[in-house]
Ligand binder design. Structure first.
Ligand SMILES: NC(=O)c1ccc[n+]([C@@H]2O[C@H](COP(=O)([O-])OP(=O)(O)OC[C@H]3O[C@@H](n4cnc5c(N)ncnc54)[C@H](OP(=O)(O)O)[C@@H]3O)[C@@H](O)[C@H]2O)c1
Length: 322
């Protein structure tokens, strides 16, 4: 028996890129039921839909993953939408969860909430020491308000809400749409398209000097399920791999794995985003025994293989329809 065993768990965003592996990980704890509300049936921006969701499903645990997300491009295009929708979904959901007497609320936050110039590795204590990097500040701050809500509800109502701060994720079933994708799927897609078109160069945003930390999506899912089961404190917890890589080295590695041998041209008119990103993950290790398991090269190879297979399926569909 664990805390989650037999529980009715609501996973918002449970059909998404991270949501699917999270549901798989939660199954390992033998919950009573897992319910995944789709946005078409329960639009979480709508307070009435959120109330109806709790009346219909009567969850005991809520894992809140639903969000509007994207890379630098999507964040720059949609600052207002990313701020409003992420804030309102979380605010309403946590308030209804509290009113419904839910046992535990697991909020999934982001590294984008950290100040632009945080000493590396980022420690949870540094979260409030400055304004986030401008390109993703509205998204990061909307998510950060949910940490404030969680801590305030714990203080005033004794509500058990926890907050996890995730680094950039990657893995199979990521969003490869260049308009909305994060850096890894965008680079994989560009490199594959450049290889297929036999281009002699490929253009990449920024200077390559920025650094990032990446976590394989199944590792992130294991961390969320582990925290949902074991962690019950107000303090936010970093979830990452603890491994920093420059965008320049990332591009080189992806091109090698994809088999693109052409030149890389840096488009310096485009932003780098936050200069450096890497988390101190000792609190997650201490609090619920989490550490990332997936080797970066192996995780990337699996992600590339998944996307190449998707492309082959799409090509087959076009051929059979045409
Ligand atoms: N991906 C990353 O690198 C990363 C990094 C750090 C943190 N996170 C966090 O992880 C969580 C999951 O991200 P993801 O990458 O898995 O995103 P995703 O694949 O885009 O999934 C997001 C899900 O949110 C749901 N959603 C969006 N708007 C909704 C609405 N108005 N009402 C109800 N549901 C709505 C969607 O449900 P439908 O499919 O039913 O429309 C979708 O499945 C987010 O909270 C994000 O901030 C992600």
């Amino acid at each position: 028996m664990t805390f989650l065993t037999g529980k009715r768990i609501l996973v918002t965003g449970g059909a998404g890129f991270l949501g699917q592996p999270v549901c798989q990980e939660l199954q390992k704890y033998r919950p009573g039921a897992i319910f995944v509300p789709r946005s078409a049936d329960y639009d979480l921006r709508d307070a009435a839909a959120v109330r109806r969701l709790f009346q219909m499903q009567r969850p005991e645990v809520v894992v809140h993953l639903a969000a509007v997300v994207g890379g630098i491009g999507a964040n720059r295009k949609n600052p207002g939408r990313f701020f409003y929708e992420n804030a309102i979904m979380g605010l309403q959901l946590m308030e209804e969860a509290r009113r419904a007497g839910v046992d535990k609320f697991v909020g999934v936050g982001t590294i984008c909430s950290y100040p632009k110039h945080t000493p590396v590795p980022f420690r949870e204590e540094d979260l409030w020491n400055g304004y986030p990097e401008e390109t993703n500040a509205p998204y990061g701050l909307a998510k950060k308000m949910l940490l404030v809500q969680a801590q305030a509800y714990r203080q005033q109502f004794g509500f058990n809400a926890i907050t996890l701060l995730l680094v950039n994720l990657y893995g199979p079933r990521d969003n490869f749409d260049l308009e909305a994708s994060h850096v890894i799927p965008a680079l994989i897609r560009k490199a594959i398209e450049a290889r297929r078109a036999r281009q002699d160069y490929m253009t990449v945003w920024g200077t390559g000097a920025a650094s990032r930390e990446f976590l394989f999506v199944r590792d992130a899912a294991a961390a969320i399920a582990g925290a949902a089961d074991l962690y019950n404190e107000a303090a936010p917890v970093n979830i990452g791999s603890g491994r920093e890589i420059s965008i320049r080295d990332l591009v080189t590695l992806i091109c090698e794995l994809v088999g693109f041998k052409g030149e890389i041209r840096w488009d310096r008119s485009q932003p780098d985003g936050q200069p450096r990103r890497c988390l101190d993950t000792t609190r997650a290790q201490r609090a619920f025994g989490f550490h990332a398991r997936t080797d970066f090269r192996e995780g990337l190879t699996e992600t590339i293989a998944w996307y190449e297979k998707e492309l082959a399926v799409q090509l087959d569909l076009v051929m059979s329809n045409g």
